[in-house]
Design a binder for this molecule. Sequence first.
Ligand SMILES: *Cc1c(COP(=O)(O)O)cnc(C)c1O
Length: 430
Amino acid sequence: MTLRAAGTPPELIVADGAGAPVRLMAPSPDRDATATLAQGRSRPAWAEIDLAAVTHNARVLAELAAPARLCAVVKAHGYGHGGPAVARAALAGGASRLAVALVDEGVELREHGVTAPVLLLSECDPAAASTALEYGLIPTLYTAEGIDAWAAAARAAGHPVTVHVKVDTGMHRVGAAPEDLVSVVSMVMHEPLLELEGIWTHLPVADGMEPADRRFTEEQLDCFERLVEDLRSAGMTAPLLHAANTAGAVAFPRSRHGMVRCGIGLYGYLPGAPGGVSASFAAQSSGAVLRPAMALKARVVAVRTLDAGERPSYGRLRPLPARARVATVPIGYADGVPRALFRAGYEVLIGGRRRPLAGMVTMDQIVVDCGDDETVRPGDEVVLLGDQGGQTITADDWAAMLGTISYEVVCGVGPRVPRIVIDRPDAAGD
Ligand SMILES: *Cc1c(COP(=O)(O)O)cnc(C)c1O
């Protein structure tokens, strides 16, 4: 990757090769771009979104799951990467459908010109059904209220609506109870304007390596298949069955059915502990790897020399072990850099070297102990997540330090951080 950074930040970061100027992913709608860019200009901290990586990851996952289709899960602004941009990149890589959590997220896709089918992963508020229908979103239904609301919205619109029904085989979050599935599906079938396309379920421990986890997932898949059989015996079928998230798609081939719903894999991460889903992926991907799509970067804004024993930042928690250059970097916990990283021994990259925090993370800034390195200057690039000088920090590294998962790390990058789309011409064609 080549980024031309001519002087100060980030408005001068230009995608090399294509010669295109910075393209910014506004949260929504497009007119917000100016405001977000202005915010980005006022402070050198940003997230780089590698859309070629998303396209590549979609291609790898689509090939792995084929002939099952790939549904790209782009809820929560594409796991923090930017919903519409990620949706387009995933569709370019072979996804044929999209899924979101909220009606608003589906509306955002439509307002950005995305026309692919969009599935709502939970039943929406009945009051939102007509809006969701107007934007061509596909509901997931599992209650009588939801079915009634969508039937009424379809009658008001005067045209048929494609719907999916969800059954709860063990996630215990939303969905029809297995014993109610026949009656829920028959309610849908009795509504002339509701066209049942899909029946689906969700897997809570498909990333687990413990025998009990694997057994639980197998039992869920048995249950799902049995229920589909029961429906068939009662004369009810749907053309599209789906059960797999990224972990299921990779580690449980039988869960792929007609479609897999992949989120985290698209963004370049695999769930679960090393040796589980990741080993299963390696065994099937004939050498292909997933590439993280987000980097989190900033620039040094101040450098000072402090004596041994000085204790920068709130709480005065860490005495400098030696006289040191301490760099101030304008990104903090309000941007998704948790305070807990300090105690976990987090290091950032400056000048291609790992450098510890010199004190507690603050809301807007961090301080970095650069030791006796006299070369660190204001304007130097700081990598909090991503690559620099052959070193890499991943969302899995953060997750290990924070006792969480990569999902929460990338979703946690705050709305104050502008997303800058980068082109990686050297990565074209993978
Ligand atoms: C978020 C979500 C997914 C995607 O899960 P990943 O682990 O990110 O692949 C799939 N299905 C449902 C119902 C979800 O809520």
